[in-house]
Design a protein. Structure first.
Length: 258
């Protein structure tokens, strides 16, 4: 009966595979407890939940953590399981949605969040002229940067069951004169073809961990050389502005990370 129940639900299969791996099972159990409301307390401890989630994605091999987060789906049951991977009622949702620019400012005040958001802007920057639609031509770097945001105030999640669109828990209401800037920030999550392609590649069985990066689309040798040496150990930069989609993206970020 079991194979029939899980047939076509890759996210269910990924959860089962996690339970068969000691490391994945241990760290998954460690975040389920603080991220789930108890019967006596309907409000979860978001701070402890986020800390446990960061440990899960930092310690569990991508084969298992990515398997649960980026599994491919063909029906609502599967997509909902994928969305519930990070226990969204506690880790993602809140009573009200803050303005995205205000959320970004909150993120900048925390070193972990600030550096990981800068990594996301750098490693998931779209580029229409590249083979992968990613400036760095490296899906593994993009997925690592994206998963690194989970467990911070900028924690993203899937926004519906019909697409691979993701977003942090925020919107652009009450943006005033900054509405365009706010939408640009939000769209970097929601309409990011680099990130969507990376998620889809993993879900389709592409081994992103052996994806061989080629030279990014750059016009300066110095920047290209710097980009090729980047490691996903966190950024020291304090400037996590969204890179512009032109020939000189994120130069400041890349040089600081050297």
């Amino acid at each position: 009966v079991e194979p029939v129940l899980s047939k076509g639900n890759n996210c269910l299969d990924a959860a089962k595979a996690c339970n068969l791996n000691d490391t994945c099972k241990r760290f998954r159990s460690a975040y389920i407890t603080p991220c789930t409301s108890s019967t006596s307390n309907e409000i979860c401890n978001k701070r402890k939940c986020h800390k446990a989630l960061r440990l899960f994605f930092d310690k569990v091999p991508p084969k298992h953590s990515y398997g649960m987060l980026f599994c491919s789906c063909r029906d609502v049951a599967c997509t909902e399981r994928r969305r519930q991977t990070i226990v969204p009622v506690c880790s993602y949702e809140d009573r009200e949605k803050p303005n995205c620019l205000n959320l970004q400012e909150s993120c900048k005040k925390n070193y972990i969040c600030r550096s990981r958001l800068a990594d996301f802007f750098t490693n998931c920057q779209p580029e229409s002229r590249s083979v992968s639609s990613c400036l760095k031509e490296n899906y593994a770097d993009c997925l690592l940067a994206y998963s690194g945001l989970i467990g911070t105030v900028m924690t993203p999640n899937y926004i519906d069951s019909s697409s691979l669109s993701v977003a942090p828990w925020c919107d652009c209401s009450n943006s005033g004169n900054d509405e365009d800037e706010c939408k640009k920030f939000l769209n970097f999550f929601q309409d990011n073809i680099c990130l969507k392609n990376a998620i889809q590649a993993f879900g389709n069985g592409t081994d992103v961990n052996v994806w061989q990066p080629i030279l990014p689309v750059q016009t300066t040798t110095a920047t290209t050389t710097t980009a090729s040496r980047l490691k996903n150990t966190g950024s020291e930069t304090t400037n996590n502005e969204i890179p512009s989609h032109n020939d000189s993206p994120a130069c400041a970020n890349l040089q600081v990370r050297e």
